[in-house]
Ligand binder design. Structure first.
Ligand SMILES: Nc1nc2c(ncn2[C@@H]2O[C@H](COP(=O)(O)OP(=O)(O)OP(=O)(O)O)[C@@H](O)[C@H]2O)c(=O)[nH]1
Ligand SMILES: C=C(OP(=O)(O)O)C(=O)O
Length: 215
């Protein structure tokens, strides 16, 4: 039997407001270009993942929407424009019946095989329970997965790993460094670069600091 395939919801904030903690991380690179590259590399990995049938990008940003459509994603408006969890709920409500995952759009080192491993692990329990992947420090969440017929019930934000656990979701323990490596700060970006960045982000890092691209 073939593995059931997933709809993955990927919310992206307006680029002018997104990733504020990263502002100035790449000297000479416009901040919005960096925020767009992070999302584009995340989405590229999502769409290259064999377990994924569909990506739904929730955004009100025209550049993000154009890049997402060009990559093959469906684009939904950021309704009701009430923050990240509302955006996840909106995307999940438009996903086809089946397995649904929510993923943050700040994973520029994401490898499709690691995403596939996490999605497969989320299906292994077959017990109707939501599962999540915590970020590298263990406090936040990068992926939340819900079985068919189960609400995604996203609780992203500060301390979201504990919030997801408190809501009945179970943490997935797998070793997926590129999935767990979300990028909020310049240090996170350096850590993601050590794992290997996607092409859009790598090009901007190289443009900001050419010496780094050859090391
Ligand atoms: N559509 C949508 N996406 C959001 C919203 N808030 C956050 N996101 C996305 O959710 C992901 C994780 O959020 P954060 O890491 O907090 O990102 P952020 O709010 O852009 O970053 P900071 O300004 O540094 O807090 C990022 O990919 C954001 O683009 C929102 O209100 N709407
Ligand atoms: C949105 C989240 O994280 P951060 O803002 O730290 O990326 C989260 O971990 O739920």
């Amino acid at each position: 039997m073939s593995q059931p395939r997933w709809a993955v919801v990927v919310p992206v904030k307006r680029l002018s407001a997104a990733k504020s903690r990263l502002r100035g991380a790449l000297p000479g690179v416009p901040h919005e270009d960096l925020a767009l590259a992070l999302a584009a590399d995340t989405l590229r990995a999502v769409l290259a993942c064999p377990a994924v049938a569909e990506a739904l990008v929730v955004t009100d940003d025209a550049r993000v929407a154009a890049a997402a459509r060009a990559a093959g994603a469906q684009v939904l408006p950021d309704q009701p424009d009430a923050g990240l969890n509302a955006a996840f709920r909106h995307g999940a409500a438009h996903a086809p019946a089946g397995w649904v995952a929510g993923l943050t759009a700040d994973l520029p080192a994401l490898r499709p095989t690691e995403l596939a491993g996490a999605l497969l692990a989320a299906q292994a329990g077959d017990d109707g329970v939501r599962r999540f992947v915590a970020d590298a420090p263990g406090l936040g969440t990068v992926l939340l997965a819900a079985p068919p017929g189960v609400d995604l019930e996203p609780r992203f934000g500060v301390g979201s790993a504990a919030a997801h656990t408190a809501s009945g979701a179970l943490p997935l323990p797998g070793d997926w460094p590129s999935l767990r490596r979300d990028v909020d700060t310049a240090d996170d970006l350096a850590a993601a670069a050590r794992l290997g960045l996607g092409p859009r982000t790598a090009a901007l890092v190289a443009a900001a600091c050419p010496a780094r691209s050859t090391s």
